[in-house]
Design a protein around this ligand. Structure first.
Ligand code: NAI
Length: 513
């Protein structure tokens, strides 16, 4: 293994495919000091990619963000070639050609006949199986996935994907190389979607499901998930990615998992694709981009003096324990209320007279009683972040008016949606955790690997296991079980890993108590 690491360091690299990804990979390898040959089947494409890079570097130099001699040295290292035989001496080939299994397989077989026996072969595929791709190769152990993210020079994450026959020493060597290229590599096993494209599915799927059942509007859902610290809401993000691409990835993961309902694509998205409403690139998706980029905002909310909503002689009581209960107590104290506590109940929230405002546990407000409203999981400490809430169908008009005012007093911007199980953030984050738990159980990645991949690959504010640690495995499992009971499908089945984690945490707490 050490030999291979040394062999790759600074060694000549061949990049095949000079499109958006190949050009970026060539740039990153050249910036790390490797001589790079760039090949593309389309005549002139490699030279044109180098030309574009020259223009980008000239621009950076003009703005003082790159030194002229660094730009020149990097560009000198990138040599467009029109014949792969001109790269027979390379130690590493990274292919970034068309996403087609047969074409990639035939390229790999062809490459083996031209490069040295020790040459490492890496594929930038985003969806194909590395195991399947290695079929027909003489030395399948030398093939790994090197899945970069777009734009390659800016995105730190690289998934180093091992197929069944990949040599672990090769995966380690490529991992070490990616680190030297200034990237944050994470090992992944070749399974559909690898890490990021698999664990991220519920981010889109839960929103699409909520849209399908008419629970909220795209603007409301985006505002709630932005309120939870995500840089973009799911609808605006799908509009940016393109619904054709996002639907194709979902469909590929669904098909590759033998039609597991957990990954089922959405009719809502299918309609958008059928309409040609592909998102920003076509000028219309969930939003209309005729007037430029849309920043989704929550519905307007008018805060009113809370005194009007407190029945005479009644003091609000904070129910339950844990960080959210503490946060509610602190907020009420800050507003000048004498804070009463009731830690004997097994739920978290606020009691005002006969009415309850409860943190969602996955059950609908209507399942909890008449004078009940539920609110979503606050994922960040940000003041006045948008937070979904819903009222029981039996709630009085007075409580429906009062509940959002209390949420405002507690430090949130309330956003009313339909009374659906797990509201918006709680169900989305629980499902992201659940998917990550399955990925870890199936040996796709480690807990740290999943957290790093989701933070660096899709800019999540935290990784699924960091959320799990801050939340509580038992609450996540209960919420998913409640969703499962309500939906009665395969979608919300709890990962055995997660259920076990909840049990072991509960037992450890009992011992500690
Ligand atoms: P692209 O269409 O921009 O570039 C592909 C290039 O490969 C084209 O210049 C084409 O002429 C060339 N090509 C096609 N077949 C070839 C062959 N047999 N031999 C040599 N050159 C050939 O595509 P893009 O977006 O750069 O994607 C390339 C690969 O990277 C695909 O496997 C894709 O799934 C993967 N990928 C793409 C990402 C993206 O955001 N675009 C992200 C991560 C991975």
């Amino acid at each position: 293994m050490t030999e291979r690491v040394h062999a790759l360091e600074g060694a000549p690299v061949l990049v095949i495919g000079a499109g958006i990804m190949g050009a970026g990979i060539a740039q990153v390898a050249a910036q790390a000091g490797h001589p790079v040959r760039l090949f593309d089947a389309r005549p002139g494409a490699a030279a044109s990619a180098r030309g574009k890079l020259t223009a980008t570097f000239d621009n950076l130099v003009a703005k003082g963000r790159m030194l002229r001699d660094v730009a020149d040295a990097t560009l000198t290292r990138i040599v467009p070639i029109d014949d792969i035989d001109a790269a027979a001496d390379v130690a590493l080939v990274v292919e970034a050609i068309v996403e087609d299994l047969d074409v990639k397989r035939s390229l790999l077989r062809d490459l083996e006949a031209r490069v040295g026996a020790d040459c490492v072969l890496a594929s930038n595929t985003s969806s194909l199986s590395i195991t399947a791709m290695s079929q027909g190769m003489q030395h399948p152990g030398r093939l790994v996935g090197m899945h970069f993210f777009n734009p390659v020079p800016l995105m730190q994450l690289v998934e180093i994907v091992s197929g069944l026959r990949s040599d672990p020493a090769v995966a380690e060597a490529v991992h070490a190389l990616a680190t030297r290229w200034g990237k944050a590599p994470v090992h992944a096993r070749s399974t559909p979607g690898f890490i990021v494209n698999r664990i991220a599915r519920p981010y889109y799927a839960e929103t699409l499901e909520l849209l399908q059942i008419g629970a909220a509007t795209p603007r409301q859902l985006d505002a709630c998930l932005r309120g939870a610290g995500f840089r973009m809401g799911p609808c605006e993000l799908m509009d940016l990615i393109g619904h054709d691409t996002n639907f194709a990835v979902t469909h590929a993961v669904y098909t590759a998992n033998f039609f597991d309902k957990r990954f089922k694509p959405s009719l809502v998205q299918r309609e958008l694709v059928d309409a040609g409403w592909l998102g920003r690139k076509s000028g219309h998706g969930f939003y209309d981009y005729g007037q430029g980029i849309v920043v989704p905002t929550a519905d307007a909310f008018d805060p009113l003096p809370i005194a009007a909503f407190v029945p005479p002689g009644v003091n609000p009581v904070v129910a339950g324990r844990g960080p959210v209960a503490e946060r509610l107590a602190t907020a009420l104290h800050g507003e000048g209320f004498g804070v009463e506590r009731n830690t004997a109940v097994d739920w978290v929230g606020l009691v005002v007279g006969d009415a309850q405002l409860r943190l969602t546990d996955g059950r609908r407000a209507g399942a909890l009683g008449a004078e009940v409203a539920v609110f979503d999981l606050p994922l960040t400490d940000a003041a006045f972040a948008t937070l979904a809430w819903a009222a029981s169908p039996g709630a009085s008009r007075a409580w429906c008016d009062a509940a959002p005012q209390w949420l405002r007093i507690l430090g949130f911007t309330p956003q009313r949606i339909a009374d659906v199980p797990g509201l918006v953030v709680a169900r989305t984050v629980a499902m992201l955790i659940n998917e990550a738990a399955d990925a870890v159980q199936q040996g796709v990645c480690t807990e740290d690997g999943a957290d790093t991949a989701m933070k660096l690959g899709v800019n999540y504010p935290a990784g699924p296991f960091a959320w799990l640690a801050a939340w509580n495995p038992h609450a996540v499992v209960s919420l998913l079980d409640a969703l499962d009971a309500s939906e009665r499908g395969e979608r919300y089945r709890v990962s055995p890993w997660l259920r076990q984690r909840a049990e072991s945490t509960r037992l450890a707490n009992l011992k500690g108590a």
